[in-house]
Design a protein around this ligand. Structure first.
Ligand code: GDP
Length: 223
């Protein structure tokens, strides 16, 4: 058969790209309410999501795992200030950290997060990385910057996701992304633009999460 015939035999519509993170099973394991409190006994790799309250964390988690009800657990009264653990496919644990930014923080007081968040970040030996969310319409504030510094100090692999990009048109979007990456001193290709409304960035984020959980732990002993 000639090459021309082979080309003509290709399917007319391309096969849909495979979902990089197919969720076969998602289980809420429970929440840690106080530093050093209950946590799952599983030794599976963990990836945690963090950001200022209202940044779009619940919406992002819903889209990432394609379950509308997922983040509802984290929103129920009493759970919003806990570290919530969800087991994905017996493969890894997705950790929903409480949103920061409720309390006002002075510039001089650096590590001001609840001991709960600090404790989790310092003590979790199976932690593979953090996904830090920043809202495209807001400049990173002192708390965001302090959190980034803290993650860098602990040498935790950190992925930056810029949320709610659908709120802006193409030009304003690219200007705001430039402004945010400049503020946090990273390159533009180091951030994932994301929208829970349009689905932009979902698969890129899924690929990044899978790559974090499959890499070896960078932390061998408790920090
Ligand atoms: P959380 O407090 O960080 O969990 O934030 P939520 O997911 O509850 O979102 C806070 C608000 O932002 C809600 O009103 C959401 O509807 C809205 N929101 C979240 N993600 C997006 C997004 O991608 N696009 C738009 N336009 N709004 C969003």
């Amino acid at each position: 058969m000639s090459e021309r015939h082979e080309a003509a035999a290709l399917p007319e519509t391309p096969v849909k790209a495979r979902d990089p993170l197919i969720i076969r099973d998602l289980k809420f394991l429970g929440g840690m309410a106080v530093q050093g409190g209950w946590r799952p006994t599983d030794e599976l790799p963990e990836v945690a999501v963090i950001g200022r309250s209202n940044v779009g964390k619940s919406s992002l988690l819903n889209i990432l795992v394609r379950r509308k009800a997922f983040a509802r657990v984290s929103r129920t009264p009493g759970r919003t200030q806990e570290v919530n653990f969800f087991k994905v496919n017996e493969d890894f644990i997705l950790v929903d950290l409480p949103g920061y930014g409720y309390a006002r923080v002075s510039k001089t007081k650096r590590h001001s997060w609840q001991p709960l968040i600090e404790g989790y970040l310092r003590m979790t030996t199976q932690l593979r990385g953090i996904i830090l969310l920043l809202d495209i319409r807001r400049d990173p504030n002192d708390e965001d910057l302090a959190m980034l510094d803290y993650l860098a100090e602990l040498e935790i692999p950190t992925l930056i996701v810029i949320t709610k990009v659908d709120k802006l048109g193409t030009k304003a979007r690219s200007e705001r992304i430039t402004s945010v990456v400049t503020a946090i001193e990273v390159d533009e290709d180091q951030v994932i633009p994301f929208s829970a409304h349009s689905g932009i960035g979902r698969d890129e984020l899924a690929v990044a999460v899978v790559s974090l959980v499959t890499q070896p732990a960078w932390r061998r002993v408790e920090a």
